[in-house]
Design a protein around this ligand. Structure first.
Ligand code: SF4
Length: 403
């Protein structure tokens, strides 16, 4: 039986896709290796055919070695449209290959290509705002083993992004691509991370008017989060990555040594008291540690009042884990079903922010497509719909430039 859109999303993350040389991708978004390197695949959009949500955005792995053996292959052309064919079953899934944004070929007024400032990953704008994560310059290097930020920032994207360049890129993305949300991340910067990001947040809030998310290493001084929230930050996320302390220390040596795993959960819990429900998230990776640990991480995050964002492990080219294999569909599906169940149990208002579709992960609200249609399902879905409607005016107000 053909897969539904979320099942296909999961299977594409786990298997990747073959991109034949004769498939014409003229006008498509460039495949770029920026930030941690996860966005190095091909962006596609899967129509769901469901009332739950219209479409699902996926950044499909195509360059990693496992993708070369995928049962999925892309067919089509700009003039005829595209589809993904599962070669073993013959199932054919129509998809859309989104066009590169109109601003992709432009430079800021300081002469910096806008794509070296920010990239679209799904429907949001992603900007690595801070200098290269300090874990990369330690001796010995303490970078997370799945990450390639140290190879990308300064190579595929500008090492330093000026505030004016960021503002101009955000303005173009908002006006021409309909972006509503910009995500600023920056790895570990000592105790300067939040101080460094604050002027960017202020400038975007004052001069552009976008929802702003910030993702940095956790601060020990929690009062700094009060300052960020007072400046108008809309979303805070914490990359705890792995639940088992031993796996955490082995895969994220810098995080384990400098912060300790508990700080990620503590900061998450604190921030969940500052922002509205559904505005703080904990990010974990499925496919490195045993699956039971990922399930526990999901529970731990929702128990703290945050929502889980689960990233399917991708052995990205150039990372220390590049020779590892991706996880199985069955494991990832089990975790994603659990994400939905955990969010439902905690009445987490997932998928409420307007037009925020992240192509690098299985969005929590995508997982509704995996859930059994019980009475509890319909009650929760009605609640999510009401929450979306009720939050509309608030989001519109927060997307007006403050200055
Ligand atoms: S904290 Fe880890 S994942 Fe984040 S940028 Fe640094 S090395 Fe990469």
């Amino acid at each position: 039986m053909p897969l539904n859109a979320c099942e296909l999303e999961i299977d594409l993350f786990c298997n990747g896709m073959v991109l034949p040389a004769d498939v014409d991708l003229a006008g498509a978004r460039a495949m770029t290796r920026t930030r941690a390197g996860l966005g190095s695949g091909l962006e596609i959009v899967i129509p769901t055919g469901s009332l739950l949500k219209d479409e699902i955005w996926v950044n499909v792995p195509v360059v990693e070695s496992f993708a070369k053996h995928s049962p999925y292959v892309l067919r089509g052309a700009p003039s005829t449209g595209y589809s993904i064919v599962e070669r073993r079953t013959g199932d054919c899934y129509p998809v859309r290959v989104p066009e590169a944004p109109s601003w992709a070929t432009r430079e800021t007024s300081r002469g910096v290509p806008m794509t070296r400032v920010g990239v679209l990953q799904g429907t949001y704008l992603a900007i690595y705002a801070n200098p290269v994560c300090a874990f990369w310059s330690m001796s010995p290097q303490m970078n997370c083993k799945f990450c390639t930020t140290g190879h990308n920032v300064g190579e595929n994207e500008a090492a330093i992004k000026s505030i004016d360049d960021v503002v101009e890129t955000c303005q173009a993305a908002k006006a021409e691509s309909g972006v509503t949300f910009v995500h600023l991340n920056g790895g570990y910067q000592g105790s300067r991370g939040i101080e460094f990001i604050k002027p960017y947040v202020k400038a975007i809030k004052d001069r552009v008017g976008l929802l702003v998310g910030v993702q940095l290493a956790p601060e020990k001084e929690f009062a700094k989060y009060d300052e960020l929230v007072a400046m108008g930050v809309d979303h805070l996320s914490f990359c705890v990555e792995l639940n088992d302390p031993d796996w955490f220390a082995a895969i994220c040596p810098g995080k384990a040594k400098v912060h300790g795993q508990a700080l990620y959960f503590d900061a998450m819990q604190y921030c969940a008291t500052l922002l509205p429900r559904g505005a703080v998230s904990g990010e974990v990776i499925v496919g490195i540690e045993p699956i039971e640990q990922t399930l526990k991480a999901v529970d731990r995050i929702v128990d703290l009042g945050a929502f889980p964002t689960v990233c399917v492990f991708r052995p990205t080219v150039g990372s220390d884990l590049r020779r590892f294999g991706p996880p199985s569909y069955a494991d990832v599906r089990q975790v994603m079903e659990h994400v939905y169940a955990a969010c439902r149990t905690h009445w987490m208002p997932i998928g409420v922010a307007p037009n925020v579709e992240v192509s690098l992960v299985v969005n929590p609200d995508d997982t509704a497509l995996l859930a059994a249609r019980t009475a509890g399902f319909y009650v929760y879905e009605a609640y999510r719909r009401m929450a979306r409607l009720a939050a509309g005016p608030m989001f519109r107000a927060r997307m007006r430039p403050a200055a």
